[in-house]
Design a protein around this ligand. Structure first.
Ligand SMILES: *Cc1c(COP(=O)(O)O)cnc(C)c1O
Length: 511
């Protein structure tokens, strides 16, 4: 075993890992990376099939981000945001506020067209999010939103108010106690239930396994052929109404927009987000969007990329939106960002909120209306410099066009997986894909957790030079934006071969 691997085995405790299994084999030890490729200490090469757990955007060792960090290093790495302002964090805050604004252009399908041509395009009709609170990771971004929403509610509804939160079945919002409380994954709740505060859970859409979906399995994304009456929207409506009848409406509705990540890459059918957020707002709930995974272009440039969409993207790259909520024009009260914020370079997070929330914390010093929360590395200068460079790349024409092409390439490659009887559902949202493995697609019969189907498939993929992690029986593919068509093909082929090898059913020709 490599001496570094020995050190790891001796001392490092890995996250979400059964360490007994871990200690049974030599770990892959990464030493460098370039673009979509990672190198290990043995000189082997891998494709970064999940963008280093959903963080990386533009590839490893991107010259522009490297240069930005080096440039910042020549000035200073960090100074405290407690009592001091700094250059890159101030500039970054403005850039994030701009990126989070919803324009008339975004609302063209949902609002009557503005009459004057002047405000047809980039007029901000909803610059709702004006304030940025920096922290360190996704969990803290959610903790900040949670505490702010809690206090804001008590201050606006009065001291008798008991703010309560509504979140989605299967939701994942991070691992700190507040973030776990907001989440709804039973495995984690079971372990820490006595430490958590009570939140309410409502049905989340999951078309492939929805009890209300009457459609027989087909060889297509289950959202496309579902037969239902939008029961998942009705459930949200009922939950909101029930809570209002109890005396006090929900303080906030928390959700991962367009796709729930750790739940198993579960996408929402088109229209769900708008309908439920409209309902929640009408019931007086604040909206907390957890875009830790979906942010920074992950959910795609447009909903589907064909020739027409690609031509439009080429003509108007400025119309591409950074966030899931801005892409579909859903205004929120809190926007939680982390993973991709620095392009996957440094731990940093941001919680964006409105002037209205901000104002509730203003007062004379001795009123103690201050938001009592902060972290040592809040507004870190190196992280901010990396984030600014990453945003520049993200908003460049080259990146927008490349992402549209990559989205289409991923879609085209994934189609080949329908030939495998163990592939039950393939769900893609932009540059995120979840492939759900089943015993037989015709019955949707799942694998049992102890069969470790997803883990075995991902281990076989690693042998073929593609790294990713499963969520139960769902294999996630999330390529960095610089991934080439040939590399996408390799990722999907490695997955296909591994499914065949591990789950043992020969593919049959597609009908
Ligand atoms: C990863 C993730 C988090 C937690 O982020 P950390 O940086 O791991 O704390 C929260 N919400 C979503 C949707 C995530 O994907």
């Amino acid at each position: 075993m490599h001496p570094l691997a020995k050190l790891d085995h001796a001392h490092v405790w890995h996250p979400f890992t059964q360490m007994r299994d871990w200690l049974e084999r030599e770990p892959i030890l990464i030493t460098s990376g370039k673009g979509a490729v990672l190198h290990d200490v043995q000189g082997r090469e891998y494709l970064d099939g999940n963008s280093s757990i959903w963080t990386n955007l533009h590839g490893h060792q991107h010259p522009k981000i490297n240069a930005a960090i080096n440039g910042q290093l020549k000035k200073i790495a960090h100074s405290s945001a407690l009592g001091l302002a700094n250059e890159p964090a101030s500039v970054l805050a403005e850039r994030l506020v701009q990126a989070a604004a919803i324009t008339n252009y975004d609302l063209r399908f949902t609002k009557p067209q503005p009459s004057s041509p002047a405000d047809r395009r980039s007029e901000f009709v909803n610059r709702n999010l004006d304030k940025v609170f920096f922290s360190d990771d996704g969990s803290t971004a959610l903790e900040v939103a949670l505490k702010l929403a809690y206090e804001f509610t008590r201050r606006t509804r009065g001291p008798k108010s008991k703010p309560r939160f509504l979140s989605l079945a299967g939701a994942y919002h991070g691992d700190t106690i507040g973030a776990v409380s907001l989440g709804q994954i039973d495995l984690f709740h079971g372990a820490y239930s006595r430490l958590l505060f009570k939140t309410d859970r409502v049905m989340a859409p999951y078309c492939y396994r929805c009890p209300f979906n009457r459609a027989k399995p087909e060889r297509e994304d289950a959202r496309k052929y579902r037969k239902c009456n939008w029961e998942c929207v009705t459930k949200v409506d009922q939950a909101l109404t029930k809570q209002k009848k109890r005396g006090e409406p929900y303080a906030a509705f928390v959700f991962e927009p367009l796709m729930q990540g750790a739940a198993g890459m579960i996408p929402q059918p088109s229209g769900w987000l708008r309908q439920t957020t409209d309902l929640a707002r009408a019931h007086g709930a604040l909206l907390i969007a957890d875009e830790v995974m979906t942010g920074f272009g992950r959910t795609g440039v447009t909903c589907h990329v064909d020739d027409t969409a690609l031509a439009r993207v080429r003509q108007h790259p400025e119309a591409a939106r950074a966030f899931a909520t801005t892409r579909v024009g859903v205004p929120v009260d809190f926007l939680c960002l982390a993973k991709g914020l620095t392009g996957g370079y440094l731990p940093m997070a941001a919680t964006l909120t409105s002037q209205r929330v901000f104002d509730a914390f203003l007062g004379d010093y001795e009123e103690f209306k201050t938001f009592f929360h902060g972290h040592s590395y809040t507004g870190n200068q190196l992280g901010s410099a990396a984030a600014l460079a990453s945003l520049d790349i993200l908003q460049s024409r080259a990146s927008v066009v490349a992402r549209a092409k990559l989205q289409r390439a991923l879609h085209d490659e994934l189609k080949s997986l329908w030939a495998l009887p163990n592939v039950g559902d393939i769900r893609q949202v932009g540059l995120i894909a979840g492939i759900e493995l089943v015993r037989d697609w015709r019955t949707r019969e799942p694998f049992e957790l102890r069969e470790r189907a997803g883990i075995r498939v991902c281990e076989a993929m690693a042998k073929r030079g593609v790294l990713t992690r499963p969520i139960g029986s769902v294999v996630a593919l999330m390529p960095p934006y610089c991934t080439t068509p040939a590399q996408v093909r390799k990722m999907v082929q490695a997955l296909a071969e591994s499914v065949e090898e591990c789950l043992g059913r020969k593919p049959r020709p597609q009908k």
